[in-house]
Design a protein around this ligand. Sequence first.
Ligand SMILES: [Zn+2]
Length: 410
Amino acid sequence: MTLSNPWFIAAVVGVLGVFHLELVATFLNLAQFRHALPQRLKEIFPDETVLKAGEYASKSARLDLLRSTLSVAVLVAFWWVGGFGAIERWSSGWGWGEIKTGVGVIGVLLLVQNLLSLPFDAWDTFKIEAEYGFNRTTVGTFIADRVKGLLLTALLGGPLLALVLWFFQTQAHAVLYTWLTVAIFSIVMAWLSPRLLMPLFLKFQPLESGPLRETLLALAARLKFPVVDVSVVDGSRRSSKANAFLSGFGKNKRIALFDTLIEKHSTEELEAILAHEIGHHKCRHVPQQLVLGLLESGLMFYLLHQALQSKAFFQAFGVAGQHLGLGLVLFSIVYQPASLLLGMVTSALSRRHEFQADAFARSACGNKPLMTGLKKLSLDHLTHPNPHKLTVWLHYSHPPIGQRLAALEA
Ligand SMILES: [Zn+2]
């Protein structure tokens, strides 16, 4: 570990830089609660709701801060005492060959990371979310979800990871092959996930016939949107927070509404929310996001390739050889700032898409029902009425409520 190693400098500056940027963003965002709200928002958010939203935001922020401080501290300490070099020596004793060893090392580290995050996630769900009346998850469901998630990661991610490591070990054009494999994998998963994976976690039932089903199907027909199925999802088993989603390619669109959404909204509001979702499809937002994601992953694999070929990259973390599996883990540390920057680009595109989908819903159903629906969602979820710009740039996939309402009214 030497200060003349550019990888070492980049990694240290990156890890500490990202940590401090998030810290500043969190403080600025919480400080927003001390400023008076713009008039438009004052009319929507009663004082006691703003107060409660402020408490909720600060409790969540404190937990996130503790989580990120500890994870940076654990990382730096582990790095400092030569932990990565120790993993290299330990795993070379397995005698497994490079690819199997790589999958094993990544598997062990992911499992450790998962265990370390467990108490924070549990506190978030059973303490904070419960205190504000959002949590409906039982301990049994919480554990089952985690176990299922880990099994799926191992079953789907394990073979994919082995293939990627094999490309990097044997192929001159590893970047291209990895990129193509990940592209095909993401498209297949987008298709498979609502059919095979989501039903492992959520129960889908056809929406019973009645005025709501008729209204939604009539809207889809009016907008020339081929819907084959409208279902209700039992989101209420986990959280009182509501959601809606649409999936499907070509002529097989499926609409799924969370039961919590149906519980709280009028037929007109649900119609407008569906129109918004259909807007995403009509404006081709899904393929645009997919293309952007693929461009970003192409860049990432190119940089990964550069890192894996450099001895100095491994030396920056106290690793003597060029261990492929560890290389992927170490790269995820160096890559943090780039990942944050690219995430900002993705979120900016997503916020633009939200405005477009809102405009589509307005032309289909008028602006009233979507506006009342959005206001209800914001109040129910205790969202930050007036988030700071920096937090919006860093993390918001949806524009703040005030901006959406202003655009709908304009
Ligand atoms: Zn949307």
